[in-house]
Each structure stands twice: as C-alpha cells, then as structure tokens.
Design a protein around this ligand. Structure first.
Ligand code: NAD
Length: 258
C-alpha cells in the first residue's frame, strides 16, 4: 500500500550507508529462473537440487554428467543485467552503497557496472571452475568447451581430480574471508535491503537479522513472504525492476527529520 511505499522511500532517502543482500529474484527479469519462486527450477523439478549437493556430486558420475549439461544450458550465459542490477550501480555512484552481498552466481551485478570489490559473492561464481582435490581454478568456458568436444565429465588438468563450478554446493562451507567481510558490512550500515531472496538459505538469510539487531533499518523487497518480514521496517512486493530503481531515486532527506 502507499503508506508502506512512502515509508520505504523515506528510509531509503535517509540512508547514507546501505548494505544490500540480493538473491535469484533480481535476475529473473534477465531470464534466469530462480529456485523457489512459482516458476523456480526446484519448484518444477525437486531432483535438480541434487546437482548442487556436494556428496551426490562427488559420489556419482551420473550427477556430474548431468550437472555439466545443466551448466552448458544455463540461461545466464546469454543474460543481460536489468534495471534492478542498475539501481545498485546508481546507489554506488552516489557513494551510498557500503557493500552488496549476493547469493547469485551469475555476475550480473558486476556486468551492470558494479566494481568487483563492492560485490561479495557469498555463493561463488558459475563463470569459474575449481578442482575439489588441488583447488586449481579455471575458466568455466574452457571446461564447457571440453564437454562440447566430447568429455562428459572433464577432470582437473593439473591433478586429475574432480572439477566443479566455483560455487558453494549444499554441504560446503562459505568462504571464511567473504563471510567475515559480509558480517562486517551488516554491522556497519544504517539500512539493510534484502531483494529477490526467499531468505531461506543460511547463513545468508541471517544477515538481515544481524543488521537489524545492530540497529540498521530493514527493507525487504520480495514477491513472496520471507521468514524475516515481521522484523522488517518495510516490505515491498512489487517487481524488483520497478521497486529498486524507484527506491534508489528517492530524494535524499536529512536523517534527523521525523
Ligand atoms: P530463491 O529462489 O530461494 O528466492 C527468490 C525469491 O525472489 C522468491 O521468493 C521469488 O518470489 C522472488 N522473486 C523472483 N523474481 C522476482 C521479481 N522480479 N520481483 C520480486 N521478487 C521476485 O532464491 P535465493 O534466495 O537467492 O536462494 C537461491 C539459491 O540459488 C542461492 O543460493 C543462489 O546462489 C542460487 N541461484 C542463483 C541464481 C543466479 O545466480 N541468478 C539463480 C537461481 C538460484
């Protein structure tokens, strides 16, 4: 309703140091389906989650072959950033974005023009590979070329180990340095904005609460309810390609105003 909308714009206008957390919902308008939304990959095919489970991936060659095929077919390879991604670039240009924490692995925030050091990729990136044995990394496009050339499950060139995308699988821990910086960004902001995330994957989901407890205002922008809506100062359900540019263009107001 319009009261919520006005309140959100006020909170935004008063904020000087914003930490944002984004999820798959900011990229759906770019043609990349989310996982748990109504049209989500896992909503339509719950089995697909197995491809991102580290134990299944290591134990079962069929899972890996399937995963390589899915990587090659990921619509993210042909996706362009949208107005939601650009809204964060504008905020950053205005010097108001402390950090952008993202669960997305598509790099569309960076492609929209956000500096790499502004983006904390909580779940890694689909554009790189990593060997689970020696840790060697490489370009995903090279590995996918090997798949196209007839290797259904390409191994690590350095040690022969199992290769995966440089993303955090279920059963894997997040990078400790990235986590540390993300926590710091939550404690060091006056407004925390969660956008396009169902806030169900931990530890990322807990960041909203961490920031709110530390005194930041909390705005949640998501089409569906999240477990943290109750503690939010404003919840906006509209499409992110409209909601985020609108918020980012809210007039700056003196934070001492009522
Ligand atoms: P999620 O699928 O759990 O939730 C996405 C939420 O966004 C849903 O609640 C949905 O209602 C909402 N949403 C979708 N489109 C929207 C729009 N246009 N406007 C407003 N709301 C919209 O996603 P999550 O919380 O990010 O967790 C999923 C996990 O999957 C993450 O770990 C992420 O790494 C990964 N993932 C990444 C991508 C990507 O990189 N683009 C895509 C799918 C999944």
């Amino acid at each position: 309703d319009s009261a919520t909308w006005q309140r959100a714009r006020q909170l935004f206008g008063a904020a000087r140091r914003i930490t944002a957390l984004t999820g798959a919902g900011v990229s759906t308008a770019s043609g990349i389906p989310d996982f748990r939304g109504p049209d989500g990959l896992w909503t339509r095919n719950p089995q697909a989650a197995r491809l991102s489970d580290i134990d299944s991936y290591l134990a079962d060659e069929d899972v890996r072959v399937h995963a390589w095929r899915a990587r090659a077919e990921n619509p993210a390879w042909h996706a362009e950033p949208n107005a939601a991604h650009r809204a964060f670039v504008d905020l950053d240009a205005a010097g108001r974005l402390g950090a952008l924490l993202t669960q997305n692995i598509d790099e569309l925030h960076q492609r929209a023009g956000l500096a790499r050091d502004r983006v904390l990729e909580l779940h890694g990136t689909m554009r790189r590979t990593v060997c689970v044995h020696c840790g060697a990394t490489g370009a995903m496009t090279e590995a996918l070329q090997r798949v196209a050339d007839g290797e259904p499950d390409p191994d690590c060139r350095a040690c022969g180990g199992i290769l995966k995308s440089a993303t955090v699988f279920f059963g894997q821990a997040l990078d400790t340095e990235v986590l540390r910086e993300a926590r710091r960004a939550c404690l060091d902001c006056d407004l925390f904005v969660a956008a396009g995330t169902s806030l169900t994957v931990h530890p990322a989901a807990g960041f909203a609460e961490l920031a709110a407890r530390a005194g930041a205002k909390l705005i949640i922008c998501n089409a569906e309810p999240t477990p943290y809506d109750e503690i939010a100062d404003a919840v906006l359900r509209g499409p992110l390609t409209e909601v985020l540019p609108d918020l980012a263009s809210a007039p700056l107001i003196d934070s001492d105003e009522p």
